[in-house]
Structure formats: structure tokens, C-alpha cells
Ligand binder design. Sequence first.
Ligand code: C2E
Ligand code: MG
Ligand code: MG
Ligand code: MG
Length: 288
Amino acid sequence: RAKSAGGNRFELADPEADARAITRHGLTTSLPTALDRGEFFIEYQPLVHLGDGSVRGAEALVRWLHPQHGVLSPDRFIPLAEHTGLIVPLGRWVLEQSVRQARAWRERHGGEEAVGSLRINVNLSPCQLTHPGLVQDTVDILERTGVEPDALCLEVTESALIGADDDLLKPLRRLAEMGVDIALDDFGTGYSNLANLRRLPVSVLKLDRSFTQSMQRFPADPVDLKIVEGIVALAHSLDLAVTVEGVETGAQAEQLRILGCDTAQGWYYARPGPPERLHELALVDATG
Ligand code: C2E
Ligand code: MG
Ligand code: MG
Ligand code: MG
């Protein structure tokens, strides 16, 4: 906290907070041009089938290689990008790069089905949902790259869709009709009405990391087990697949597999990494 010490002089009561503020300020001024300077890059984290351990695809996670601060995680700059409007061109860039990457994997599969059918998950921010170009941009990118719509899954957080009206859902419905999967990300952290799920054009629930964390303890909290079991049953009865995020141990993976979850993602399998890594993981996995 900065304390006023008379006149215009300030005494820094908390140098750390001040450094954070300066950093924030630096980011605010350098963010708008970072896309043109080519400072963003994407890491890919595999999505693994819990039943047979095969790599089915990857989630694209954007990073910013800042010239002064080094690699910044999306939590540091996505809120800023949303605030400044950069998220629309940035999100479009991430989508195009990721879909191109998916095509590259699928082209270089060398007859390996495991690589030839890799799918790609891309996060959408709420601002992109309300942007009128979303459907056309997505169609254009898929056409330009020649990737089938069903190789793409767009992730939207549960909180972005809470109380969503039909106008907000329309673009998602159109994408879903084309064959694009829509996933409800960080599911279980918001307060959405479960019955509301039927109204949403989603085909995948991504169970939030907090559930996975509670599977870390052995035996896991019986109430948490029941909750996950219930969510999985409901999801499956609505024809939704269940993906779990943040799997860090084999014990968690096994528990979540027993509970009926379909796909998993987390450090136990692989940290987010460069695209070549995913290609290798899918191949290793296919050849045993
Ligand atoms: P998310 O979509 O829920 O992505 C999962 C986050 O969990 C990623 O953090 C990932 O690195 C992290 N993670 C994966 N496995 C584990 C694990 O085993 N343990 C732990 N503790 N964490 C794990 P990351 O990459 O920092 O991304 C954070 C959030 O930023 C994402 O959460 C997503 O909401 C957002 N984000 C990332 N890329 C984009 C993007 O291109 N566009 C938009 N709009 N948002 C993005
Ligand atoms: Mg996500
Ligand atoms: Mg998530
Ligand atoms: Mg999350």
C-alpha cells in the first residue's frame, strides 16, 4: 500500500505490490502489439483415453514470451486481453494455429491411426462468444486448413454460459450443428442448474481440477466420490462425454476411470509442451 507522506511524495509501504503494479502496467502497454510482434506461442497438452491410455488429442494453451518478463501464463494476460479487446484477434490466431497444427499431425501420421485422428481443443473466452465473427471465422479456418469440423472441440467455461440467453447460444448451436464439439470447461465450479445442461449445445463436460484434487487422498472423500459418480451418470445419460483435468497421479487416474470418466488430462500424462512432443506421445502410445 502506498501511503501519502505529504505533498506529492509517496512512501512505498509494500514494494512487492508496487512491483506487481508496475509489471501490470508494463503488460498493459506491451500487450496490444504483442500479437504483431509474434510473441505468443502455443503449447499442447495431450488428452488421454482413460480406458486404454491412448492419446486422442490435445488442448491448445497459449503463452506469451514477453521480452522482459519471460514466458507468461495465460492467467497473467488473458484477463487483460479480454479487457482491451485483443482477445478477439488473439483468440482467432490461437484457433488458426491450433487447427493448422492438428492438420499437420494428421498429415504426418504415416499410416498410424493414433496420429491420423488426433483432435484439437481450443479455449474460447466469453468475449469471443459475443463477437459476431465467431462462426464465420471458424468456418473459414476449417476450410482453409481442410480439417473436418469434428476434429475440433471448442472449450467454453461453465461460468460463461450461466444464464446464457438464446442469442449467446446461437453461434455455439450453429458450430455444434456443423459437427464441432463444444466442451463445458471447469465444470462444477459455477452454480449452473444441472437441468440447464439439456439446453446447452455441449457434448463434453470437463470436470474441474478441484474434483481431481479430492481424488488425491486415499480413501477419497466419500461425498466427493458420490458427486463425481452422479455427474458422470447424468452426463452419460445426456450423451455427454466426461473429461477430467489436472490428473497428477496414477491413483487419481485409476479412481476417475473407475468412476466412469472418459478422458483425462494432466501432468501425470504430460505437461503442456511443443507440438512435436504430442506427435511422439501419440506414436509411442500406438506402438506400445
Ligand atoms: P483451462 O482451459 O482449464 O486449462 C487447464 C489448465 O490446467 C492449464 O493451465 C494447464 O496447464 C493446467 N494443467 C494441466 N494439467 C495440470 C495438472 O496436472 N496440474 C495442474 N495443477 N495444472 C494442470 P494454463 O495453461 O496456465 O491455462 C490457464 C487457463 O488459461 C486455461 O484454463 C484457460 O482458461 C485459459 N487459456 C489458455 N489458453 C487460452 C486461449 O487460447 N484462449 C483463452 N480464451 N483462454 C485460454
Ligand atoms: Mg480449457
Ligand atoms: Mg479447464
Ligand atoms: Mg481449469
